[in-house]
Design a binder for this molecule. Structure first.
Ligand code: ZN
Length: 82
């Protein structure tokens, strides 16, 4: 699911507030891009169930990927029901 421009602004504000000095845990780079959509992770690896909507942030230095729970970021209208 692609983020609207308004949702992307909410996500950027969240990351700037919660992770102002973010640096990649693998290579130390401070250059990141935010994925333009929401992905879905299984909430359990052993039993079928609801999925977890996540926003992805990529390190431009090494390609490390970080996941952030969309609802926690202030994007409550994104669900894992789809
Ligand atoms: Zn990195």
């Amino acid at each position: 699911m692609a983020l609207s421009p308004e949702q992307m602004e909410v996500a950027k504000r969240y990351l700037d507030e919660k992770c102002p000095d973010r640096a990649c845990p693998m290579c130390g780079s401070k250059s990141f891009d935010i994925g333009d959509g929401v992905g879905y992770l299984p909430s359990s690896l052993t039993t079928p169930g609801p999925v977890l909507p996540v926003l992805i942030m990529f390190c431009n230095g090494c390609g490390y990927v970080a996941h952030f729970i969309a609802n926690k970021m202030g994007l409550p209208d994104i669900t894992g029901d789809s």
